[in-house]
Design a protein around this ligand. Structure first.
Ligand code: CA
Length: 227
C-alpha cells in the first residue's frame, strides 16, 4: 500500500484529503506542524509528501528544502493558497515536484499524486535490471536473487550486466571478451569460462534453477531453465 505523509495544519482540509485518499487505498499520516512533519519524514520512508506552505511554525518552503537535503527521491506536492503565487516558484526551487492551489477538487489532487508516483516509479526502476528472480542494481553494483543479496566483484558485475542486457540471446566468447575485458579473444585462454563459472556459483548454487547456460560451440545464454 502506498503511504503518504500529509503536513497540513488546517484540520478541515487535512481530514478532507485524508478521507479521500484512504478511500483510494492510500495510507495517510497527518501531521499538523512543520516540526513534527520533519520528524515524520525522517523516521519513515513515505511514497509521497503533501506539504502545505503556510504552517504555524516553519514555512513549508523551508521544510521542503530541509527534506530535500536528506532525501532527493520522495515526491513532494506543495499546497499553496491563491494569493501566494510567488510561493509556487519558491516551492519548486526548494525541491517540490509539483504544487496545487487551494481550493482544489479532490480529483485534481488525486491526478497529481498519481502522476508523481508514476514518474518516481519509472525513475526507481531505471537502475534495476531484472531477469526471472534475479535483480541487478546498477547504482550499487549489487545483485539479488529471490531477495537474497549476492556480492559480486567488478568483473563479475560487468559480465552479469552484459547477460542481463541481452537475455535469451547467445553471446559468443569473443563478444564477451570484447565487451567485458575490452580485448580481442585469445583462443589459447579459457578465462571467460572461468569467470562464467565464478558467476554461476554465485547466482545459481543456492537457488532453484540455472540461469546461464552453455551453448556448445557457440557461447553462453541467459535464459530460464525450462525454456
Ligand atoms: Ca496552512
Amino acid at each position: 500500500m502506498n503511504s503518504i505523509c500529509l503536513i497540513e495544519d488546517e484540520l478541515k482540509v487535512a481530514s478532507f484529503i485524508r478521507r479521500g485518499l484512504e478511500e483510494q487505498g492510500y495510507r495517510v499520516s497527518v501531521v499538523e506542524n512543520g516540526t513534527d512533519g520533519k520528524k515524520a519524514v525522517a523516521n519513515e520512508k513515505f511514497d509521497l509528501v503533501i506539504l502545505d506552505v503556510m504552517l504555524p511554525d516553519i514555512s513549508g518552503i523551508d521544510l521542503c528544502r530541509s527534506i530535500r537535503n536528506n532525501d532527493t527521491e520522495t515526491p513532494i506536492l506543495m499546497l499553496t493558497a491563491l494569493n501566494q503565487v510567488h510561493d509556487k516558484v519558491l516551492g519548486l526551487k526548494a525541491g517540490a515536484d509539483d504544487y496545487l492551489v487551494k481550493p482544489f477538487h479532490f480529483s485534481e489532487l488525486l491526478a497529481r499524486i498519481e502522476a508523481l508516483m508514476r514518474r518516481n516509479k519509472i525513475k526507481e526502476e531505471d537502475h534495476f535490471l531484472t531477469f526471472d528472480d534475479l535483480k541487478l542494481d546498477s547504482w550499487t553494483k549489487t545483485a539479488e536473487r529471490s531477495n537474497k543479496k549476492i556480492a559480486l566483484t567488478a568483473k563479475e558485475y560487468t559480465l552479469l550486466e552484459l547477460f542481463m542486457r541481452n537475455p535469451n540471446k547467445i553471446l559468443s566468447r569473443e563478444y564477451i571478451a570484447e565487451q567485458v575485458w575490452e580485448i580481442g579473444f585469445d583462443t589459447g585462454t579459457n578465462f571467460i569460462d572461468v569467470y562464467v563459472n565464478y558467476l554461476r556459483k554465485k547466482i545459481e548454487k543456492d537457488f532453484k534453477s540455472k540461469l546461464i547456460h552453455t551453448v556448445i560451440g557457440m557461447g553462453y545464454i541467459l535464459k530460464q531453465d525450462n525454456k
